[in-house]
Each structure stands twice: as C-alpha cells, then as structure tokens.
Design a protein around this ligand. Sequence first.
Ligand code: ATP
Ligand code: MG
Length: 353
Amino acid sequence: MALHPLHGLVDQLSTQPIIFIGGKGGVGKTTTAAALASYYASQQKKTLIVSTDPAHSLGDVLNVRLNNEKTAITPHLDAIELNPDVIVDAHFAQVESTIKSYANPDMMPKIREHLKLSKSAPGAQEAAMLESMCQHLITAADADFDKKYEHIIFDTAPTGHTLRLLVLPEMMGAWTDGLLAQQRRQAKLRSVANHLDNHNHNHNHNQKSSQKDSNKKDVPNPFAKKKSDRWEQAVAVLEKRKQLFRQAGILLHDRSQTAIILVMTADVLPLAETKRAIEQLEESRLTPAAVVINQLIVPTQSDEFWRLRAERQQQLLQDIENSFPKYPLYPIYLQQTDVRGTEALSMLLRPPS
Ligand SMILES: Nc1ncnc2c1ncn2[C@@H]1O[C@H](COP(=O)(O)OP(=O)(O)OP(=O)(O)O)[C@@H](O)[C@H]1O
Ligand SMILES: [Mg+2]
C-alpha cells in the first residue's frame, strides 16, 4: 500500500508558507486545516489559519468564537473567519466611494441601486472574498520578520468554489487591464480636448486679455484640477486591486510558496470529484502537493458492518492509488468522536511514539 505515514504531510509542508486545503463538502477540510495549524503552532511555529466558511465550523472545531479580525488561539496560533456578508458590504462601500468621487452626483441614487443589486449577483461574494484572501496573503507575505507567519493555512470552501477563486486573479487582471486602458484613453482625449480649448481661447483674445489668461493658467481652475485628481484616485484604486491580484497570483502559482492539499474520503463520489478537481488544478498550473484520505476505518474490525466498510475502503484505496500515481497520499483514520480543540487536533498529526 503506497499510503505515506500521516506525519510525512507535516514534514512535506514544513517549509511551505501558504497552504490551501480543498475538497468536497464534509470530507474533513476544516479538521485537516485546523490539525495542521494546531500542530505547527505546538512546535512554536507562528501560524495563521483563515476560514472562508460562513458556517463558523473553524470556530466550532477550535472551540473559539471567531470573526473577521484575527483572534489569538494559542501563543503561536491566530485564526480568522472571513465573513462573506461583512466583506461584501465593505467591498461595495469602497466601490461606491470610488464611484462617488468622479460620478455626477445626480447619478448616485441610480448607481446605489445598481450596486445594491450587484451585491447579490453571482460571483460578487467570490470576488469580494478573493480580494480579502489576497490581502491577507500579501500582508502576511510582506510582514516584518517578527510579525511574519511561518504558515498561513486556508481552510477553503468546497472544490468548485475554491477553483473559481483560484483562477479569478488572472481573469480579473485582464478585466481591470481593459478598463484601465479605456480610462487612460479617455483621460488622454480629455487632456487633448482641454489643450485645444485653451489654445483656441488664447488665440481669440487680444494681447492684454491674453496676458490676463496666462496669469489665470498659473492658477488652475480648481474644479478641473479636482476632477482630474479624483479620476487619478479612481484609477489608483483599480491599479492597486490589479497589483494585489497579480502579486497573489504569483504567490499562488509558486510551488515553493503555496501548497494545495486535497482532502477526500475513500468513497466513490469524492474520488470522482477529486479527479475532476486535480484535472482543473493542473490545467490552471496549480498542481496539488498531496492528497489526504480522511475517515479511513482501521481494517481490523470485529463487527461485520465495520469490517465490510473497511474492506470497501481498501478496494477504493487501490482505485485512488491508480488514479493519483503522481501525488503522495496520506491517511487520516476515523476517530471515535469529532476532533476538537488544538490539543486533540495536533495529536492527530503527532508522529507515532
Ligand atoms: N478523522 C475524523 N474522525 C472523526 N471525525 C471526523 C474526522 N474528520 C472529520 N470528522 C468530522 O466530520 C465532520 C466534517 O468534517 P469537517 O468539518 O472537517 O469537513 P469539511 O470538509 O470542512 O466540511 P465543509 O465542507 O462543510 O466545510 C465534522 O463533524 C468533523 O468533526
Ligand atoms: Mg469546513
């Protein structure tokens, strides 16, 4: 059997700053992410665990109430639960203030109405969530030495969702590029038009008034100046966002920085789903680092029901190995009860003594 001892996962990821845990719903992503985070923290490695799950399961697993701000769980472990509603609200408030800075005030009620609808549009939460995740990534990567995390572990939402999030930076990059190019063209046209306007204006005046005009030119029209400033500000916001996605995209695609771990159970549907997930990840140049097979039943069972289930899992393990020959496979065995609290979680990954 080509299963690696589970502690090998801890070793394999020990130098990875960014770890994403993906997989189908309910297979054990939160448990795996929290176990890794608790284990590294127990080894005095400064670790941040980030959940994007609105169901608060990370808080439940850690026995702590979490929110959008970092909460210290142990001296070396911080946790944060990104709440999509709060993030979407903050994101759209920022969009609104950006638009407000250059839009005609009469248009604002209509724009507000439109933004309100956009909040519930498909993809809005993902986009806002992605921006927030990227911000955490970049902030953590740029942090000073004493504030730096050795590991940032993302307990992501289920597979399809996660995949869309991971490829969004490139799509959004292209989109903001197009928008910026268009805005620059417009700004250029406007400055040419202004220039021509000034030019004509000057020519139509006699020497005396032209002198007055050139004095005027030194004291620019406050409204025009303000407007172009606002325009610059709006462009700067977009530039910043694009830069954020680009930086995050580079981090995500760098195998020495980011490791994606897929969790599955030894069942038919998770196997099919994991195959698809791996194909999609490979297509996006995001090869996973390993596959965790969770909730395995120890084969030596006296009860017939459990023995048959364990046998079935062993057959599926064979399929799993054949399906993923390139990836290290790590087992997590089914525990008697849910695994909760940092102590129990890190025990799950402790090397056998
Ligand atoms: N090895 C295990 N032994 C016992 N219970 C487990 C094990 N792994 C996970 N569980 C339990 O199974 C349930 C689902 O696990 P978990 O919440 O980690 O999955 P998830 O993939 O994060 O789910 P979701 O997709 O809903 O976020 C939880 O109640 C958890 O405690
Ligand atoms: Mg979860």
